[in-house]
Design a protein around this ligand. Structure first.
Ligand code: SF4
Length: 425
């Protein structure tokens, strides 16, 4: 029995999806560097891009007050094809200077961007060339954070997918659990305790805290996605023999219990032990949510497509907090990875995939939801029109997974409504 099979399935697994293609208002994949550089502590992210990319990183990360941040931008100015040899030489010079100055770096990511002069550069060849030169001290990898046809959480997917070929092979067919997706360390520690109580292990995380300690992978590896935007990483792990454990995502009490239970069932843990291991944390979280539910129950919510977290969030907000879903937009709908989530969504929600920002704004204005979840670029104009908004980017910067974070997650949605009520008074 899978975790999802244990739950009621009223949902919209087969509901029609409104497919939108048009102008999009989202950040690009470079944004992922803001949380990834804190997570992988001996890595450095060198964006190969334009001044726009440098500005985006600077403003997304805020003013970096510590002296040696773990990301930077190598500015590539406009060149014709004949200037590409210079570009490569310049990149090599920048990397050499950086690694001489920063002997603590063990892994260097060259992060591609979308200006045309960068697209002409072959960054995977550059990464191979530089790896040959700097190994064994430093491994150089590359991935793209380009804003063309991507959304900002895909930067993490591309980064993790680039790590998969570097993971050592798991010796033998020993079974292990790999939790995939960047999580706050406090959340990792909570999950480790819960998995130990469930008899699930050994448990490892991707990304690991140190790039030099990547977890092993092989046919014995079972992996749980902690984030819904990791399609490429999941594919790369499956190509290495690992098997995904299907589950909803660990947001809210219900999602966390189902996610943990899915792994426990693979390990053959008895239901009574699962109930014992999760019971008190789940009860505490449920009690904390009850207090916030009073402020959210019956309020309507509209999601613009942005983080790819929209569907698990909508499930949590409707089922555990009583919010009324209007439109739930997502940049991409990965039906396989979201099957357990879709089964739990109320049938009344309108699902949309992709973006046509003008049409979506019209629908949002017509619905006048109590709360609109959107990117930074849309929030101010919508607030000016009297709508209450929540920035979706905050949801990837804040620890929101697991039992102990469920009330914090609910509070993120309750707070803008409280602010609006105070301003209205
Ligand atoms: Fe802008 Fe593209 Fe650079 Fe992102 S990668 S900041 S979208 S130019």
């Amino acid at each position: 029995m899978t975790a999802a099979a244990a739950l009621p399935q009223p949902g919209c697994a087969d509901a029609p999806v409104l497919r939108e293609r048009g102008q999009r208002e989202v950040f690009c994949g470079l944004t992922g560097i803001v949380w990834l550089h804190r997570k992988i502590q001996d890595a450095f992210f060198l964006v190969v891009g334009s001044r726009t990319c440098a500005h985006l990183l600077q403003s997304a990360a805020g003013v970096m007050i510590f002296a040696e941040p773990r990301f930077a931008t190598a500015i590539i100015d406009e060149r014709d094809l004949a200037g590409l040899a210079d570009c490569n030489a310049e990149l090599d010079r920048v990397v050499t200077r950086l690694l001489e100055r920063r002997p603590d770096i063990r892994m260097l990511f060259l992060v591609g961007s979308c200006p045309s002069e960068v697209i002409k550069l072959d960054l995977s060849r550059a990464a191979q060339r530089l790896s040959q030169r700097f190994l064994p001290q430093v491994r150089v990898l590359n991935y793209s954070g380009s804003g063309i046809e991507t959304t900002f959480t895909q930067g993490e997917d591309a980064c993790l997918a680039s790590l998969v070929p570097e993971m050592p092979a798991e010796p033998g067919a020993a079974r292990s659990l790999l939790v995939v997706g960047a999580l706050a360390e406090v959340v990792e520690d909570q999950f480790l305790r819960l998995f130990a109580a469930l008899g699930v292990g050994p448990v490892r995380f991707l990304p690991s805290r140190r790039a030099t300690e990547l977890p092993p992978v092989g046919p014995g590896t079972r992996f749980l996605l902690a984030q819904p935007f990791l399609g490429d990483t999941a594919r790369a792990l499956e190509a290495r023999g690992a098997t995904r454990i299907a589950a909803p995502f660990p947001l809210g009490v219900e999602g966390t219990t189902a996610w943990l239970t899915a792994a426990a069932e693979v390990w053959g843990t008895a239901p009574v032990r699962i109930a014992e291991a999760t019971g008190s944390a789940a009860a505490r979280a449920t009690a904390a949510l009850a207090r916030i539910r009073q402020r959210l129950d019956g309020r309507s919510i509209f999601f613009f497509p942005d983080s790819q977290l929209e569907i698990p969030l909508a499930r949590f907000l409707s089922r555990e907090l009583g919010m009324r879903l209007t439109e739930v937009g997502t940049p991409y709908l990965h039906r396989q990875h979201l099957a357990e989530e879709l089964a739990l969504l109320p049938e009344t929600a309108t699902l949309s995939e992709g973006q046509h920002v003008d049409r979506q704004l019209d629908r949002c204005r017509a619905l006048r939801p109590d709360l609109t979840v959107c990117g930074l670029g849309l929030a101010n104009p919508l607030e000016a029109e009297g709508l209450t908004t929540k920035w979706s980017i905050e949801l990837v910067f804040t620890p929101i997974q697991g039992y102990d974070q469920a009330a914090d997650l609910a509070e993120l949605f309750a707070r803008p409504l409280l602010r609006h009520a105070k301003l209205t008074v």
